[in-house]
Design a protein around this ligand. Structure first.
Ligand code: X1X
Length: 333
């Protein structure tokens, strides 16, 4: 795998964070450096979204501003990014999965709970509305992270070393899930055997047989060459990604007001572009990998059965958070 070093330790993240913090963001309008991070290279929709975000700001802000982007997971994975943003060190903006932010804001993973969206139209309707605002507010209050836009739009499927085509093959399937407890609950409910593993450990964990697979969207499977170890894609279509484009509250509040306003609208605009790219490219990327002989693609037999199994788990999660009305509002859209 070309991009992640599985030996990336917490200690190393801390060293990198400390050294980058030496060139910390200046609130001086004449000289502002904003630092971003992406797990991927320039070809991935997240990086393109972040580049568009930078472009719009650079074009509209009259002060002296520059951007410093850390690509290819060089600063760790999203669980590292969320800590950096919360603390206001090392980076100022990033795109992250809500389920990788659960440690600071327990309700935020409702946004990317598997089987939440019926289809792309439903997902679009939700992201074009204000229905997710209460979750954004919780993230800001509890983690000091500000949502300024939404990227995403990839459909998540199972990717595994051996084919998983039906309930029998899914039973006890050892797979990686993201860190939010709701992710493990949902995949347990459909009879898999999930474990939360850091994203930058997944490739090696599959290669060494610690797990038999994971779940992900085409853009990331292709970008990080996960097909080398998990070439069997099963179309469970269990999630359409919602990926907040976020900024550290600590950074945001230090910036001049005119720049803050530009950032807020650049986040919305860049996110919309990113969603358009990733949702449009999703099927194309699957086909590219299929045509290149990198993956096989199989429908999951009896997907409706999965839905029956997960709805009570979703309901219970929302009830525990006092978010039943929010979940109903999303479902009703
Ligand atoms: O599963 C993950 O942790 C990652 O999967 C993809 O690469 C992206 O959706 C990323 O945001 C993260 O969720």
């Amino acid at each position: 795998m070309k991009l992640f070093k599985s030996t990336f330790t917490i200690a190393k993240v801390a060293v990198v964070a400390a050294s980058v913090a030496l060139v910390a963001t200046s609130a001086n309008a004449a000289d502002i450096t904003l630092r971003g991070a992406s797990l991927f290279d320039e070809d991935h929709a997240y990086t393109k979204t972040l580049r568009e975000f930078e472009r719009i700001i650079g074009e509209n802000y009259e002060g002296d501003i520059e951007f410093e982007m850390h690509l290819n997971g060089e600063l760790g994975d999203e669980s590292d990014f969320v800590t950096f943003l919360q603390q206001g060190v090392a980076i100022d903006y990033a795109i992250m999965a809500p389920s990788n932010m659960a440690v600071f804001a327990p309700a935020i993973p409702l946004m990317d709970m598997p089987f939440l969206f019926r289809d792309l139209d439903h997902w679009n309707a939700v992201l074009s509305s204000d229905v997710l605002k209460p979750l954004e507010e919780e993230l800001y209050e509890k983690a000091d992270i500000k949502v300024i836009g939404y990227a995403g739009g990839g459909t998540r499927n199972l990717a595994s070393a051996d084919p998983i085509a039906n309930m029998d093959e899914l039973d006890g399937h050892k797979m990686r899930v993201m860190g939010a407890p709701i992710q493990a609950k949902i995949f347990s409910a459909i009879s898999a055997a999930p474990s939360a593993i850091a994203y930058n450990e997944v490739y090696n964990a599959i290669q060494t047989g610690v797990i038999a697979g994971f779940e992900n969207e085409a853009a990331s499977i292709q970008n990080l060459k996960f097909y080398e170890v998990a070439p069997n894609i099963t179309l469970t279509k269990h999630a359409i990604t919602v990926r907040p484009l976020t900024m550290s509250g600590k950074t945001f509040r230090k910036l001049p007001e005119d720049l803050q306003a530009i950032i807020v609208s650049a986040g919305a605009e860049a996110g919309a572009m990113g969603r358009e790219i990733e949702s449009r490219e999703d099927g194309e990327k699957l086909k590219e990998m299929l045509d290149a002989g990198q993956i096989t693609v199989t429908e999951f037999e009896g997907r409706e059965k999965l839905l029956d199994l997960v709805v009570p788990v979703q309901d219970e999660f929302a009830a525990d958070l006092g978010a039943n009305e929010l979940l109903e509002a999303i479902r009703a859209m």
